[in-house]
Structure formats: C-alpha cells, structure tokens
Design a protein around this ligand. Structure first.
Ligand code: FES
Ligand SMILES: [Fe+2]
Length: 390
C-alpha cells in the first residue's frame, strides 16, 4: 500500500477512536511476573540475548556527520568506538587497545583520523588498523595486521548507525527492521539538525521503555504537560517485527475534517502524532518542530537505566530566536520525561523490588506494552519458538 493511503487509514482509525471514545486493544489482559523487572538472572539474559546480540541503534548519523568524526560510548559494559573514515564510511570497534586493553578514546564525540593509546602510545587508524607500535624494535616482532581493533558489525541506514556488540554476528537490517526500514527512511534523518542531548537516569530499562508505549498515563502522570496536546488513552498500534508504530490523537485532531479523507495523511505529527520504537531500546517521536529520540541503555544492575535523549530538528535554526525555541522544547521534553515518567519509574522500581506483589498487569489498551514484553520473552526464552503477533 502506498504510504499516503496507509496514513489516511491510520488517521481514520484514530478519528474513529476519538469519536467513539475507544482505543486499539489487545485480546486479553496480560499478567507478567514482577521478577521480570527485578531478577538479576533474567536481566543477565536480557543483556546477553538482546543487547549483545541484536543490532542496536547506537548513534545518529548527524552526531558524527563529517569524515574523521567519532563517538565513543559504553553500552551494557562494552566500550564502543564508532568512526567515520575518509570515504565517509562508518565503522565500529571495541574501544579496547590490542596491547593491554586501555580505551583509545574517552566517552565523547570528536574528530581524528588516528587514535593513539594513552597508555603506551600504540596508534590505530579510524578504520581500526594498528599502524604504529611505540619502540617497535624493543617491543619485539608482532604482526600488525592481526592486531587491529576488534571490529563490530556496523551499518548506517536512514540517518542511524546500527551496531551489534558481538563481533562476527551477522547484522542484517533488512531482516531486523523489515517494514520499519521504509518508516525510518522516510524521515531522511541524515538531513536533520542535531540540536543537542540530555542524559537522564531511571529504573529498569523495561520500566523506562514501557512509558513510551502507551497513552493511558497521560491524564494522570502528564496532566499539565502532555495532556493539553495529546488526548488521553487513544492509540492505534502497528508492528514491524518487534518494532512498533503507535499513533495518538492530538487535542486539535478535529481540524482534520477541514481536509478530504484522502489527504488525512497530511496530519501526521499535526493531529495524528506518532511514536515509533525500535526494539529493544529506541523511542522516536518527531513532532512539535523538534524530534526526541530516546536511547535507553540498561545500567549496571537491573534497577537502573541511563537514557540519552537526542533532540533533532528538521531544519537548522536560522537565528538565535529559532535556537531559543528549540532549547525551550528540548528542556520541556526533557523535564516531562525526567520529572514525570522517570521519577515515577524509580518509585515503581522501589515498589517492585519490595516484593509486594507477584505480578504486573497490562490492560487490553496497553497493547504495545504487551507486545514488547512478549517479544522480550521470545528473545530470551529458547522454548518460545514463534514471535508474538500484535
Ligand atoms: S594499552 Fe594501549 S598501548 Fe599499551
Ligand atoms: Fe510518559
């Protein structure tokens, strides 16, 4: 189906829900064990089977747009270095020196073609080759070609850089993203302006992710912030493998009736608002003249996550006024996520850690959450042979 037609239909479904005060629903209520959020053993399986094996969107292309740019970060305990070489090709490595393991770059974004290890000065190209050993004669003979940086599977697509943390695993974005590929491609994120980022801290990575998957909490948790813009509890879900597209109704959705139905697609982001998620840890919302891309990274224990909120805009601000407006939206959104969602999330974590109840319940209306949790189970439990169906 053509994209416009598809988006006309989503808009029609959302308008229908608004008119009838209904929402898209799962078939049943779902109960999951509280230990899904608290158990260290389970959390280790999630880290190993999900975060260390699936492609992760680790950087936006516009964070490192120029030749020689690099980004280094730690993801689930693994130090990663992402570089852009002189042909603009992106590479990813373990940020660990082949000699005795020192990191080649701190957690930062920068520009250099060569990385010199801070410990004994070995030098690597940004393509990962070992090109210089300090006092090589004294060190002894070593085949440099076998001692480059450890390469990680990496692919740049649609303005996003995907990396798999385990060397030699196949990274197949066609297979992994499926229909989400064209959703991502549509936005041409590589042409957007990178405005900035905020780092926030919260509870278990799934508690954080749950918050991006439903609009059931808007009228209580976001009464003053989101509710004036987005209606309570109206959602339409579509899935692409484990990835989701969730449509919400804006408070001004009635204006859609000014358009003929075959032009309702034009209300994307301005009447019908979307959150798109990339399993396991990315939430993308592009609206308000600013986009927020949340990247949830599990902390070093089950009860913690660190989230990087990236802020992007379709156009580069032309003047100080435009810039101030983007700053305003960025701070607003950061405060909503941090002070409302993540603050509650930390309290939820305390509640769950207190062993007060055995289960957590997701309603039929929390269809996206149900799907997400079933997909987590699918990836970590070898006895589940078939992926869930939305
Ligand atoms: S650890 Fe890097 S040069 Fe020694
Ligand atoms: Fe929220």
């Amino acid at each position: 189906m053509d994209r416009k037609e598809e988006y006309n239909q989503i808009a029609e479904r959302v308008v229908g829900h608004v008119e009838n005060n209904t929402t898209d629903q799962a078939e049943n209520i779902l109960s999951i064990p509280t230990s899904d959020y608290t158990c260290k053993k389970r959390w280790n399986s999630e880290i190993n089977k999900i975060f260390k094996e699936l492609p992760l969107m680790l950087a936006l292309s516009i964070e490192i747009p120029n030749k020689g740019d690099y980004k280094s970060m730690e993801v689930v305990g693994i130090p990663v270095l992402i570089t852009r070489d002189k042909e603009s090709k992106v590479h990813a490595f373990r940020n660990v020196c082949s000699h005795r393991g020192a990191p080649l770059a701190g957690e930062e974004i920068g520009n250099k073609n060569r990385f010199t290890c801070p410990y004994h000065g070995w030098t690597y190209s940004n393509q990962g080759d070992l090109i210089g050993i300090l006092e090589n004669d004294k060190f002894g003979e070593l085949d440099k070609s076998c001692n480059g940086l450890q390469v990680l599977p990496c692919e740049e697509f649609g303005g996003m850089i995907f990396v798999t943390l385990t060397p030699n695993l196949e990274l197949n974005l066609d297979e992994f993203l499926g229909g989400m590929k064209s959703e991502i491609e549509h936005f041409k994120l590589q042409d957007w302006h990178y405005h900035g980022f905020k780092i926030i801290h919260g509870a278990n990575w799934k508690i954080a992710f749950d918050g991006y998957l439903e609009g059931y909490h808007f009228s209580t948790a976001h009464k003053e912030s989101i509710l004036p813009m987005t209606q309570q509890g109206i959602m339409d879900f579509s899935s692409f493998g484990p990835h989701l597209r969730i449509a919400f109704a804006s408070t001004n959705i009635d204006e859609i009736h000014d358009l003929p139905k075959n032009e309702w697609w034009k209300k994307e982001g301005a009447g019908v608002d979307f959150v798109r998620t990339l399993f396991p840890n990315i939430s993308i919302s592009l609206g308000l003249g600013i986009g927020q891309i949340a990247q949830i990274l599990p902390g070093n224990t089950p009860d913690k996550n660190t989230t990087i909120l990236h802020y992007v805009a379709p156009e580069t601000p032309k003047n100080e006024e435009d810039k101030a407006e983007l700053d305003h939206f960025m701070n607003f959104l950061r405060d909503v996520v941090n002070d409302e969602d993540y603050a509650l999330g930390l309290e939820i974590q305390r509640g769950l850690d207190s062993n007060s109840k055995e289960n957590v319940i997701f309603g039929k209306n929390e269809r996206g959450n149900q799907y997400f949790h079933k997909y987590v189970d699918f990836f970590i439990d070898e006895n589940i042979k078939k992926p869930p169906i939305l």
